[in-house]
Design a protein around this ligand. Structure first.
Ligand code: HEC
Ligand code: HEC
Ligand code: HEC
Ligand code: HEC
Ligand code: HEC
Ligand code: HEC
Length: 366
């Protein structure tokens, strides 16, 4: 009797833990892979409909024998973002407004307004290339820097989809394939190598080959967040300028400037600033000295190399140490606001609403 109780307790514990401590894909292969795309003569593969409001069978088998493609697994009808009941995938596109968007935001908003996010579904009518690129938009037809919906000529099907893989290079281009199966540890953890699949599979190519983003990955992708429950982003203050992984190390700003180079390279040096600085240390003087020491997940800061990366996310912000970065102001996928900002900088009804995020650092401007 005791043994049965113990065993059931263990099973319950295992189930409870498997719900939390996921780090690489788990579960039965058939949840995600199909051998012949046929079961009793019916297609097993499915895809998001062209109307983006549901799924339909897909007669074309997918690379890696997958049941669907990137957006197929990572989208949902309805508003739930965490997480797909069959595969466990975090949701980045909902066909109706997401209830709790994850850290990167949600592609739902680009379907409402093309200026609210990265356009993975169709060409942005106002932007024919990545603003601030360093002239490399023409490197290939539909190259990474020209747009995020087109397929790179010559790329494998897995690499060419919806532009997801222009940012998340899960395979190809000299990478070990299979980041989804990479063992990157459990729970909220520091991920900083190709062997662990980098931070959220964000990596580079050409001069950025073999480099990617380092950071602490929150276990539920910030489906819940608080001062002490969030991702941590690496920053690097480079007085010499530059852009990309070569100059800025394994930072998210290096990643963004791989396409938006000029926005880091041309920021000036303070007298006067030409562009808003990124990866600049928030001074421990003037208005910045009064910055709230409680970490605000709405306005994240980057941490230096000396941060306690092996530990838990920190609940505090320190002027004189922490940095402003691209993701302090922008979401990565999309947001309900102009230029995928994190707060209503343009839409706010009052000035203080427009500056609500700016005020977190610019404490005397509220
Ligand atoms: C068959 C379903 C499936 C497909 C297809 C799929 N994913 Fe995933 N993806 C998942 C699951 C499940 C997870 C969550 C793994 C975990 O629990 O950490 C995940 C996690 C991720 C993450 C977050 C990784 C992290 O460190 O938290 C990214 C980024 C991602 N996928 C991108 C992609 C891209 C890009 C593609 C297309 C090349 C893709 N996925 C295709 C199921 C899928
Ligand atoms: C412009 C680059 C870019 C594109 C395009 C892009 N992502 Fe992301 N994605 C990111 C970044 C950066 C993060 C990390 C966000 C953070 O931690 O704040 C991220 C995070 C994620 C996550 C983890 C959940 C989260 O919100 O943190 C998943 C899953 C994911 N992306 C899947 C996808 C899929 C699927 C696509 C294509 C439909 C896609 N991404 C397109 C840059 C991109
Ligand atoms: C939750 C979804 C999921 C489950 C479960 C899953 N896989 Fe995968 N697998 C993926 C995705 C997504 C890719 C392609 C993207 C990538 O490689 O990151 C992939 C790629 C692969 C690849 C080719 C890439 C590589 O690693 O070389 C193999 C082989 C593979 N899976 C085998 C398996 C086997 C065997 C099982 C069962 C033990 C399994 N997978 C279970 C999602 C899953
Ligand atoms: C792989 C190249 C690539 C990367 C990496 C990339 N972007 Fe972009 N970005 C683009 C392209 C192409 C456009 C123009 C088309 C569009 O809006 O999708 C764009 C547009 C934008 C826009 C304007 C959106 C609009 O529609 O008006 C913002 C803001 C932006 N990016 C911020 C970022 C941030 C922040 C990062 C890092 C998390 C980042 N980008 C990483 C390629 C990239
Ligand atoms: C202090 C907040 C802040 C930071 C930090 C920041 N941005 Fe922006 N960004 C904005 C605002 C606000 C806009 C809207 C247009 C404007 O006011 O220039 C914008 C616009 C953009 C655009 C669209 C430009 C266009 O022509 O449509 C891109 C691309 C962009 N930012 C990328 C980045 C990248 C890459 C970084 C990091 C190197 C970054 N931003 C850092 C606030 C910021
Ligand atoms: C995460 C912190 C942070 C956020 C959020 C932030 N800033 Fe800044 N901002 C800084 C830092 C750090 C500097 C450079 C301070 C210095 O000169 O050393 C700066 C400089 C500036 C300057 C130049 C001031 C000067 O002295 O020349 C302006 C203007 C500015 N920011 C506007 C904004 C606006 C508008 C927003 C909101 C869209 C914003 N900032 C959001 C940290 C931030």
């Amino acid at each position: 009797m005791k043994k049965i109780i113990l065993t059931s307790a263990l099973i319950i514990l295992t189930i409870a833990l498997s719900g939390l401590s996921h780090a690489k894909v788990t579960g039965a292969c058939y949840n995600c892979h199909t051998m012949h795309n046929s079961q009793g003569g019916t297609e097993m593969a499915y895809q998001l409909k062209g109307t983006l409001d549901g799924f339909e069978p897909d007669v074309t088998p997918n690379p890696c024998l997958l049941t669907t493609n990137c957006i197929g697994c990572h989208s949902a009808t309805g508003s739930a973002t965490w997480k797909d009941p069959t595969t466990g995938a975090p949701i980045v596109f909902n066909s109706s407004a997401p209830a709790t968007p994850l850290a990167g935001g949600n592609f739902y908003w680009v379907t409402i307004n093309e200026s609210y996010g990265h356009n993975i579904f169709s060409q942005d009518s106002k932007l024919s290339k990545a603003p601030g690129d360093a002239g490399f938009s023409t490197c290939a037809t539909n190259g990474c820097h020209a747009n995020l919906h087109g397929t790179v000529s010559g790329a494998s099907a897995l690499d060419g989809r919806q532009g997801c893989t222009k940012c998340h290079m899960v395979s190809g281009s000299g990478k070990t394939s299979g980041y989804h199966h990479a063992n990157d540890g459990t729970d909220t953890k520091y991920v900083e190598t190709a062997a662990k699949g980098w931070y959220r599979f964000l990596s580079g190519h050409m001069s950025g080959d073999g480099h990617g983003v380092a950071g602490i990955e929150d276990v539920d992708w910030q489906a819940t967040s608080s001062a002490s429950d969030h991702n941590e982003y690496l920053g690097f203050h480079d007085p010499g300028g530059g852009y990309g992984f070569g100059s800025l190390g394994h930072t998210t700003s290096a990643f963004c400037t791989g396409c938006h180079a000029v926005f880091h390279d041309n920021q000036g040096s303070g007298s006067p600033w030409l562009r808003h600085p990124s990866d600049l240390i928030i001074p421990n003087s003037g208005e910045y000295a009064s910055i709230s020491t409680a970490y605000n997940p709405l306005v994240p800061v980057a941490r230096p190399a000396g941060f306690n990366w092996g530990g838990s996310p920190s609940g505090t912000v320190a002027a004189g140490t922490d940095m402003v970065m691209c993701l302090s102001c922008h979401r990565a996928h999309g947001s309900p606001y102009y230029k995928m900002l994190r707060w209503p900088y343009k839409e706010g009804a009052t000035l203080s609403e427009c500056l609500s995020g700016c005020n977190v650092c610019h404490t005397s401007k509220n």
